[in-house]
Write a protein that binds this ligand. Structure first.
Ligand SMILES: C[S@@+](CC[C@H](N)C(=O)[O-])C[C@H]1O[C@@H](n2cnc3c(N)ncnc32)[C@H](O)[C@@H]1O
Length: 251
């Protein structure tokens, strides 16, 4: 079951548990015992569904926060606005399981050191707001960069912030698996553990021999990197790099 569906089922199971307890006269009166029972029931259901551990505090806090927020008496438009804002930023991350977080300056500098000496073409798959590409473009004016981003919010920010003149940075709104990865000297991915097996398959099928696939933090299952760069920043970023072999045998 996809994680988002598990979360929905857990919340509904929490309400069912709270309802049954209340009907059985097992809860004191008032809204808060119901809410506490729902939260505990939802967390228990999430455990039973084997949701990732970090879902538990979310289930425990969700309904209490919803009920507490009602006391603020905010106009419904605020909730709608917040929902639309989050939707634009996170878009289909309930499906892709890749949220938005950005590579820092130290990572951009470490990545720049992996670029070839002369002109090179670089693709950032899942490029966020383009902040990494803007830094790289400033460091390496002789290279061409391309970013592919699916979520409209970060894509629009990138569109507004990327240099308008010149052709050093190309910026596309697309699914990273639907664009060709051929023709780049380096493909950079800062995604999540979930798509890494598919990333490796696509890299092996499309990237040219000798080019470099670099993943920030996330490993490819069953494939040791050819080398690892310790960025040395506070979050302990590691860049894992695979050189695409001459003979293609991705699996
Ligand atoms: C962790 S962020 C990395 C942003 C940027 N590459 C950086 O390092 O600063 C991952 C980005 O990938 C995007 N993303 C996730 N799945 C995608 C897909 N299938 N196609 C294109 N973009 C995707 C997300 O919207 C998010 O902005």
């Amino acid at each position: 079951m996809p994680p988002a569906l598990k979360a929905l089922v857990a919340q509904l199971a929490g309400w069912l548990a709270a309802f049954l307890l209340a009907r059985g006269g097992l809860l004191p009166g008032g809204i808060w015992p119901m809410v506490a029972a729902q939260a505990a029931g939802a967390a228990g259901a999430a455990l039973a569904l084997r949701s990732a551990r970090w879902w538990l505090p979310i289930h425990l806090a969700f309904m209490p926060l919803v009920v507490a927020a009602r006391a603020l008496e905010l106009a419904p438009a605020w909730y709608l606005g917040a929902f639309v804002g989050l939707l634009l930023i996170y878009w289909t991350s309930f499906r892709t399981q890749v949220p938005l977080y950005l590579s820092n300056r130290a990572t951009a500098e470490a990545l720049a050191r992996l670029l070839p000496q002369g002109p090179a073409d670089v693709l950032d798959v899942g490029a966020g707001t383009g902040s990494l590409l803007r830094r790289l473009a400033a460091m390496r004016p002789d290279c061409r960069f391309e970013g592919v981003e699916l979520a409209p919010g970060p894509w629009i920010i990138g569109k507004l912030l990327l240099p308008r003149r010149g052709r050093q940075v190309a910026w596309r709104r697309a699914d990273l698996f639907s664009v060709p990865w051929a023709g780049y000297d380096l493909v950079y991915a800062f995604l999540s553990p979930v798509p890494m097996a598919a990333v490796w398959r696509k890299a092996g099928m499309e990237m040219r021999p000798g080019s470099l696939l670099v993943s920030n933090t996330f490993e490819i299952p069953g494939r040791s990197p050819d080398f690892v760069v310790e960025v040395g920043d506070r979050r302990g970023t590691r860049l894992l790099a695979w050189r695409i072999p001459a003979s293609r045998a991705p699996n």
